[in-house]
Design a binder for this molecule. Structure first.
Ligand SMILES: Nc1ncnc2c1ncn2[C@@H]1O[C@H](COP(=O)(O)OP(=O)(O)OP(=O)(O)O)[C@@H](O)[C@H]1O
Ligand SMILES: [Mg+2]
Length: 146
């Protein structure tokens, strides 16, 4: 587990940039944290870092949004599902090559691959503490250099 204290949007962008390059075009990021913690903001920064030109919006009402760039970004927000994750019909996205980001991942825990980078964003006064937990070799290697 690694903790990174973020105190500005610029620092969010820097962290996203670093994670984007370490992913090397493929991987799963699972985001948690209270409403308004900054999960979508981090995903937007990641999209920018991946070279995606489209504006990334919260997929709350769509659940899954796909952004086609050199590296595709799959953005899932499971908030509205609250555990009703059976037969969603998009489990296959986790087999695709690309960057997969899941907000409120606890709600679809049963369909998520085990290996991933878990990022919990905790608000602490004006700061955001990114608590990063790697599961699996690829992600452990990443966490080490973050
Ligand atoms: N690193 C940051 N620096 C400054 N402001 C931030 C940062 N991250 C997020 N914010 C601000 O916090 C607010 C909420 O952010 P965001 O929508 O990303 O949260 P969220 O975790 O996705 O919320 P939800 O659970 O509703 O999906 C936004 O107004 C955003 O601008
Ligand atoms: Mg959000």
């Amino acid at each position: 587990m690694k903790q990174i204290v973020i105190s500005s949007l610029e620092e969010t962008n820097e962290l996203a940039q670093k994670i984007a390059s370490l992913l090397q075009g493929d991987g799963l990021l699972c985001l948690s944290g209270d409403l308004g913690a900054g999960k979508t903001t981090f995903t937007k920064a990641l999209g920018k870092a991946l070279g995606i030109d489209d504006v990334i919006t919260s997929p709350t009402f769509n659940i899954l949004k796909i952004y086609e760039g050199d590296i595709p970004l799959y953005h899932i927000d499971a908030y509205r599902l609250e555990g009703l994750s059976q037969d969603l019909g998009f489990e296959e996205v986790f087999d695709e090559t690309g960057v997969k980001v899941v907000e409120w991942y606890d709600y679809i825990a049963d369909i998520l691959p085990k290996e991933r980078l878990e990022i919990n964003i905790a608000l602490d006064k004006d700061n955001r503490v990114f608590q990063i937990q790697a599961i699996g070799k690829k992600y452990e290697d990443m966490e080490e250099v973050l």
